[in-house]
Design a protein around this ligand. Structure first.
Ligand code: URA
Length: 443
């Protein structure tokens, strides 16, 4: 291990065999954390070659279960978001793809820090099981076209161990290490093709479009070199996505969107993500796939897929048919504008933290979640507000949490005299052929 650390420190690439050794022995406990920390820091400064990242991704993927989806008929397309605030796209995009004949057998995560997680949102639906055995998972996808469950405990355990170490050694924000971490789980999860939604902006890991593109290129290259069709969209997370933040609130907004009544930004991003998933599955040209995705919302077939999945996973679908049936938070609290002017910015990360403070997120891995807690944005970036106007509604089951969360939300919102410039919703599409700029999606 000493030699491997020195090699990386000196900028010499490691062989596939050396990387495999490093990962296997670390998982077995034969390499101590202090040596792995030194190696990770050397990677942080020296980077990794394409061959090294591919080798490390496969080694991390193969450190645990490799999910076998061969029992599912048809092309399986996975979708991954690098994490955001108000990002309920999986709940919309996966049913659209399923309604258009693409199989979605997806493993999702829980909330992390200020960002939400799909599993927590699904668990806001009474009775819904996110922990299913493999046979049941495969059966549900064959029957309904879609199933979304929690990540199995033994999916890429090397990543779990490495991530915990990166978290305490200031090596989380290394682009090759993020790419390896995400793609190891995607390779282990077994789909044929992968669409990546790489978020950029104040609420994302990647704060600039340039960094998001570098990360997307690394992940696309890993996916393609591993034999999976892989593409990425670079999307805006400089503001929360849609108007609802918090678990049951986000399910409600996802259902509204599947009924064709969602906010414009969320609807547009979901249609583009779904169209690109359909394109990866060979359902037609990008334009034809966009039309298919729009039709799946217009004719209700995507909503039907969500209902079928909820029922198959033991959930009470009456809350999807009528979202007024979701349990309500005990307290609703309006946040009022302190002055008149345009909403110039809403710091996405602070907004996610405010929602978490209301009970929508976890303080520690084991903390319980208040599924009904969260925030509804009444005014969004670019809106003109009068002093005293309600700009947001906060929901919680614990009144004592309101004061701190309201303070945090106020800090997140900037009210200014000038109307802010519009920002694109989607910046670029990254494929193995290169980076294409998206032009049409100004919000
Ligand atoms: N998400 C992951 O799964 N891994 C990272 O390293 C960063 C974000």
């Amino acid at each position: 291990m000493y030699d491997l650390i020195m090699k990386k420190r000196n900028g010499t690439p490691l062989s596939e065999e050396e990387i495999r050794y490093l990962i296997q022995e670390y998982v077995k406990g034969n390499i101590p954390d202090y040596q792995m920390s030194a190696f990770l820091m050397a990677v942080y400064f020296k980077g990794m070659t394409e061959e090294e990242t591919l080798a490390m991704t496969w080694a991390a993927a193969r450190s645990g279960d490799m999910v076998d989806l061969s029992g599912i008929k048809g092309i399986k397309v996975d979708k991954h978001s690098t994490g955001g605030v108000g990002d309920k796209t999986t709940l919309i995009v996966a049913p659209i793809a399923a309604a258009c004949g693409v199989k979605v057998a997806k493993m999702s995560g829980r909330g992390l820090g200020h960002t939400g997680g799909t599993v927590d949102k699904l668990e806001a639906i009474p009775g819904l099981q996110t922990s299913l055995d493999r046979e049941k998972f495969v059966d549900i996808v064959n029957q309904t076209g879609i199933s979304v469950i929690g990540q199995s405990g033994n999916l890429a355990p090397a990543d779990k161990k490495l991530y915990a170490l990166r978290d305490v050694t200031a090596t989380v924000d290394s682009i090759p290490l993020i790419a390896v971490s995400i793609m190891s789980k995607k390779l282990a999860a077994g789909s044929d093709a992968i669409l990546l939604d790489v978020k950029t902006g104040s609420g994302a890991f990647m704060k600039t479009v340039e960094d998001a593109i570098v990360l997307a290129r690394e992940m696309v290259s890993i996916g393609e070199n591993a034999g999976k069709r892989t593409m990425a969209l670079i999307t805006n997370m400089d503001r929360p996505l849609g108007c609802h933040i918090g678990n049951s609130l986000e399910v409600i907004e996802a259902v509204d969107t599947l009924r064709g009544r969602g906010p414009e930004d969320l609807t547009e991003i979901c249609l583009e993500l779904a169209a690109n998933m359909l394109f990866l599955a060979g359902k037609g040209s990008p334009g034809e796939c966009r039309v298919l995705a729009e039709k799946a919302i217009a004719d209700g077939s995507a909503l039907d897929r969500l209902i079928a999945m909820v029922e198959a996973q033991g959930g009470d679908a009456s809350v999807i048919r009528d979202t007024d049936r979701f349990a309500k938070a005990s307290f609703e609290h309006p946040v009022l504008a302190e002055r008149s002017g345009y909403i110039g910015a809403i710091d996405t990360e602070s907004c996610g933290i405010a929602s978490s403070m209301l009970g929508a997120g976890r303080e520690t891995r084991e903390s319980p979640i208040d599924h009904s807690a969260g925030i509804i944005l009444r005014s969004r970036v670019g809106d003109y507000v009068e002093k005293g106007q309600v700009i947001a509604l906060m929901y919680t089951s614990d009144k004592r949490l309101l004061e701190g969360a309201e303070r945090r939300y106020r800090e997140a919102v900037t009210i200014c005299r000038q109307k802010p410039e519009k920002q694109p919703l989607i910046y670029a599409r990254v494929t193995d052929a290169g980076v294409e700029k998206y032009c049409q999606n100004d919000d």
